[in-house]
Design a protein around this ligand. Structure first.
Ligand SMILES: Nc1nc2c([nH]c(=O)n2[C@H]2C[C@H](O)[C@@H](COP(=O)(O)OP(=O)(O)OP(=O)(O)O)O2)c(=O)[nH]1
Length: 162
């Protein structure tokens, strides 16, 4: 196995009983795919603080870091890269503001039964069902390029250790 450089990222999934808020990524990593809101954790930030900041930057919704509940921990590696993306996934239904398009994301609500998996990262259709059942999960996905999963692990967990 490569000596990966681990980097911390966040992902926020806003949902209520019937729908989930996704953003169409207009540029950069994951361009052209629907995803939650998130990005790199900067020095001096907790993952929750970074997640709340990115939610504001990418779709103008405001929430307090303590409103964000962790639901998933996923690690992503790529054949072509030495970076291990350590992604902490949070959810909340407590926020203020109206989802607003930014330079990075075009937000849209999707009914829970109409999640656009064919235009999302390919791992998402594997773990969204766990998330949508209200459960927590951990996993790792190793990619070739951005479309092919070469190996994976995924399991539901009761809680996280940190
Ligand atoms: N749903 C989903 N999200 C993923 C996958 N892989 C992956 O990195 N992400 C998320 C985690 C982060 O929210 C986002 C990547 O962060 P980013 O590159 O947009 O970070 P950033 O905004 O800080 O970076 P920058 O482009 O502004 O410099 O994509 C995946 O397979 N599925």
């Amino acid at each position: 196995m490569k000596n990966y450089i681990r980097k911390l990222f966040t992902l926020v999934l806003i949902r209520d009983k019937t729908r989930v808020l996704l953003g169409y990524k207009k540029r950069g990593f994951g361009q052209g795919r629907w995803n939650g809101f998130g990005g790199k954790v900067e020095a001096g930030e907790t993952a929750q603080e970074a997640a709340a900041r990115e939610l504001g930057e990418e779709c103008r919704l405001m929430t307090a870091p303590e409103n964000l509940t962790k639901v998933g921990e996923l690690e992503f590696t790529f054949e072509e890269s030495d970076t291990l993306m350590d992604v902490k996934i949070f959810t909340t239904n407590t926020y203020t503001g109206i989802p607003t398009e930014t330079d990075e994301m075009r937000p849209e609500w999707f009914p829970l039964e109409k999640i656009p998996y064919s235009h999302m990262w390919p791992d998402d259709e594997l773990w969204y069902p766990i998330f949508l059942r209200g459960n927590k999960f951990k996993g790792a996905f190793h990619f070739k390029g951005h479309d092919i999963i070469l190996s994976q692990s995924l399991s539901e967990v009761e809680a996280f250790t940190n």
